[in-house]
Write a protein that binds this ligand. Structure first.
Ligand SMILES: [Zn+2]
Ligand SMILES: [Zn+2]
Length: 442
């Protein structure tokens, strides 16, 4: 379905505040969910023949600085640069290191080193990124970045958009909506920028000082201001679409047509802002409505001019990011993580410290059959050990007692069916394997 809708006021700043716990720890109760999320990303991306690249968390400040400031004017550049988390080094001769705020610049740099004209590179990465929030506090967030380098065709844009939509759907976010716009080429922008500057000048009373400055510099960058009044004034102002040249207009039309043929629901957002200024032509966001709020879960666009401005080598490029923390939160709220319950674990405890070696031998033997174990690390009452084993969701329990060992047997307790039995010492693994089969088929 295709429709054009009036843009709503989205407040990414709200979400940024929420993400600002600067020290992130993911606890075991959530790690298995992250595995599901990450494995799905890897699976879908490999279907589209994208290869993972593992970028350094530490980045060379000068390369990064050059990349993020390449296509913007001074004041706005200052603002973006301030958000980079730098590591101060006592030795001034050593180049300053930064924590990666994004991955695109780094990927471009890597690719450019051996790039030959006409080559297509499909790359992705996911992991922690770092920026300062609006209170200038460092924050860590998780992001997927996908980049297709080397093609300026409409097909590459459509591949990237379709891939992003596909991932969101595979994750269970079937209500993901594509918002799309065109930032035009350098030529189209000149007329648009000049008109916006005049509009901002004529309406300066309706803008705060920050918006006045930011819109006069680059009307396509995400404004930091959250005032509804400023936003409403912008929405009434000039739209880039009215300034597109014939080529940009035709390309935008083709992309919309192809996306609607692919059944990717989209809406044109005439005021789609971006956090970085390096985009041209197609830009897009992926949006999910959650708790009556539109949440931007990712987005991207074409950035043909960035490589030339930073490395002097023209590599046409298009890419997108997904905000994995936001996606995780929404998936968790919607109960989309389902644990695969095929792990079978045996709890092993002993009633005397002399049996430690035997415990460890049994553990080794069970591991050789791929059976997971948990050791009761202290000598405790049997009832306490049973409670511990149940708390750890173990199916079976082995209880070692001196008097049983002397008779050549050990006690096995089935915690699912609540019964226990003695088995011969020399048949522990075989008996456990039989019990596992019985439990898995019951
Ligand atoms: Zn154009
Ligand atoms: Zn404002």
């Amino acid at each position: 379905m295709t429709r054009t809708e009036k843009p709503r006021h989205k407040k990414p700043l709200d979400d940024r505040t929420r993400d600002s716990q600067s020290l992130r720890v993911i606890l075991p109760e959530d790690v298995w969910k992250w595995h599901i999320l990450e494995e799905l990303l890897d699976r879908v991306l490999s279907m589209y023949n994208y290869q993972e690249i593992r970028l350094s968390v530490l980045q060379d400040y000068s390369i990064l600085h050059q990349g993020i400031t390449a296509l913007i004017d001074n004041k706005e550049a200052e603002h973006v640069v301030r958000q980079v988390v730098n590591l101060n080094h006592p030795d001034d001769n050593i180049s300053l290191l930064s924590l990666r705020p994004e991955g695109t610049i780094s990927v471009l740099h890597q690719t450019a080193q051996n790039y030959r004209r006409g080559e297509i590179h499909r790359l992705y990465y996911h992991g922690p990124m770092f920026r300062k929030n609006q209170d200038m506090q460092p924050m860590e967030f998780h992001q997927l970045g996908v980049e297709m380098l080397g093609s300026d065709s409409i097909l590459s844009e459509n591949e990237i958009i379709s891939l992003g939509m596909r991932i969101c759907r595979e994750l269970g976010l079937r209500d993901t909506v594509l918002e799309i716009n065109s930032y035009g080429c350098e030529w189209c922008r000149q007329g648009f920028f000049a008109t916006v500057r005049q509009y901002v000048k004529d309406n300066h009373g309706d803008y705060c000082r920050q918006c006045h400055e930011s819109l006069s510099e680059n009307p396509l960058l995400m404004p930091m201001c959250q005032s509804d009044h400023c936003l409403q004034t912008t929405l009434k102002g000039p739209r880039i679409q009215d300034f597109l040249c014939d080529k940009c207009r035709l390309n935008f039309h083709k992309i919309k047509r192809i996306q609607s043929n692919l059944a990717n629901e989209y809406r044109v957002n005439h005021h789609l802002f971006k956090h970085f200024a390096y985009y041209n032509e197609t830009v897009f966001d992926f949006i999910v409505r959650n708790n009556n709020k539109d949440i931007i879960i990712g987005g991207g666009g074409r950035y043909d001019a960035l490589s030339e401005a930073t490395i002097g080598n023209k590599i046409p490029a298009v890419g997108f990011y997904l905000h994995l923390d936001r996606i995780f939160e929404i998936m968790d709220q919607r109960h989309l993580f389902i644990r695969q319950n095929d792990d079978f674990t045996v709890y092993i405890c002993a009633q005397s410290p002399d049996l430690e070696i035997m415990m460890l031998q049994i553990v080794q033997d069970l591991h050789s059959y791929g059976i997971g174990t948990i050791l009761g690390a202290d000598i405790l009452e049997t009832e306490t050990e049973i409670a511990n084993a149940k708390a750890k969701h173990c199916e079976l329990m082995i209880i070692l007692r001196d008097e049983n060992i002397r008779e050549g047997k050990i006690l096995i307790r089935n915690l699912v069916k609540e019964y226990q039995d003695y088995i011969p010492l020399n048949q522990i693994s075989q008996e456990i394997i039989i019990a596992r089969k019985a439990l898995q088929h019951s």
